[in-house]
Design a binder for this molecule. Structure first.
Ligand code: SF4
Length: 332
């Protein structure tokens, strides 16, 4: 039986990373054969695989004495990942995103620092670059009631870490947040060197966004997010800003309409596949989408990437699955 949230690195000509989630109807099993791990379906071996290694920078601590494993991790094989604030104020007002389990997970495990200082994150980035393979960067926010405060925190962190990361002052990857009220401030993000900002909408159309993300809807607003994307496209040009959706929350046609609307605006759409999270408001009330939905969603995105000259997020070694990249290459 596949353990929940197991991340596996499959062997092959290139590295592909997948998160496997346990489902009661799961047919795929993990088998240990001597020193090798195998994925089997109905007795047929699908692939060998290996678990992602423990980050080496986790053996160290910051100059202020915080263990680095409490500050950052790897998303997939080589994307250095942290939340600048690992709480979420939308929970405090009873309006978390319905698919999210951030706070219950923190309460249950308490394994990360909730509030992270820029200097501690800079120390952590420095140690990760020194001891591990860092190819990408992902910093997430999106969890403050006041998105101006969130923006300031993100900019402080971006300024603190960019010179210790290996891209000559650029931030190669994604900075995910909600937009500030004054969209003129977005120019700072461009000047600081953030390559791919995003203000993830998660669900489309507006009614679905308001239902699934009530906090973001009330405190930021669907229209403001779209206007902010238009500002990003003016600053960056088309095909740089990203917008993530949760595939499976809405009917496929709505998801594809959201993909198309964002692509036409100059924004690259992408998606994670919904899975029921323990402790989330939705709980088990919505199942994960089936394989047909998932394949159609990623092929729909890939069609837009080719039409507009976009590239899927990161590469196959990052994110929770490589489906966008596989669809882009015509493999689905
Ligand atoms: S997904 Fe929504 S509820 Fe969860 S941490 Fe982000 S903003 Fe908060």
């Amino acid at each position: 039986m596949v353990d929940s949230c197991l991340k596996a690195k499959f062997c092959g000509p290139s590295v592909t990373v997948a998160s496997l989630y346990h489902q009661s109807q799961e047919r795929i099993t993990i088998v240990q054969d001597g020193g090798e791990l195998l994925l089997e379906e109905n007795g047929r071996i699908l692939s060998t695989f290996s678990l992602l290694p423990r980050p080496r920078f986790w053996n160290f601590q910051t100059r202020s004495g915080i263990p680095c494993r409490r500050l950052a991790n790897f998303y997939g094989a080589n994307c250095l990942n942290f939340n600048i604030y690992s709480g979420c104020q939308f929970y405090d007002v009873g309006k978390p995103c319905r698919f999210c389990s951030v706070k219950p997970t923190q309460n249950r495990h308490g394994q990360v620092e909730i509030r992270k200082l820029p200097q501690d994150l800079a120390d952590t980035c420095h140690l990760a670059v020194e001891h591990d393979d860092v190819q990408w960067y992902l910093a997430t926010g999106g969890s403050y009631l006041d998105s101006d405060v969130e923006f300031d925190r993100h900019m402080e962190v971006a300024r603190a870490v960019r010179d210790v990361l290996p891209w000559n002052g650029r931030l190669r990857g994604n900075l995910s947040m909600m937009p500030p009220r004054d969209l003129g401030r977005l120019a700072q993000m461009h000047e600081i060197g953030v390559d791919h900002p995003s203000f993830n909408l998660e669900a489309w159309p507006e009614t679905a966004f308001a239902f699934f993300c009530p906090g973001k809807s009330q405190y930021v607003g669907f229209d403001h997010i779209l206007t902010a994307y238009d500002s990003l496209v003016s600053l960056y040009g088309p095909g740089k800003a990203w917008c993530n959706f949760v595939a499976g929350l809405t009917p496929l046609d709505d998801l594809l309409a959201g993909f198309t609307a964002m692509a036409e605006r100059g924004v690259i759409p992408g998606a994670n596949v919904f899975h029921p999270d323990v402790g989330s408001p939705l709980g088990m009330s919505i199942p994960s989408p089936n394989a047909d939905y998932i394949v159609a969603a990623y092929n729909g995105a890939a069609k837009l990437y080719h039409r507009y000259g976009y590239k899927p997020f990161f590469d196959a070694s990052v994110l929770r699955n490589s489906l966008a990249n596989e669809a882009y290459e015509g493999l689905l």
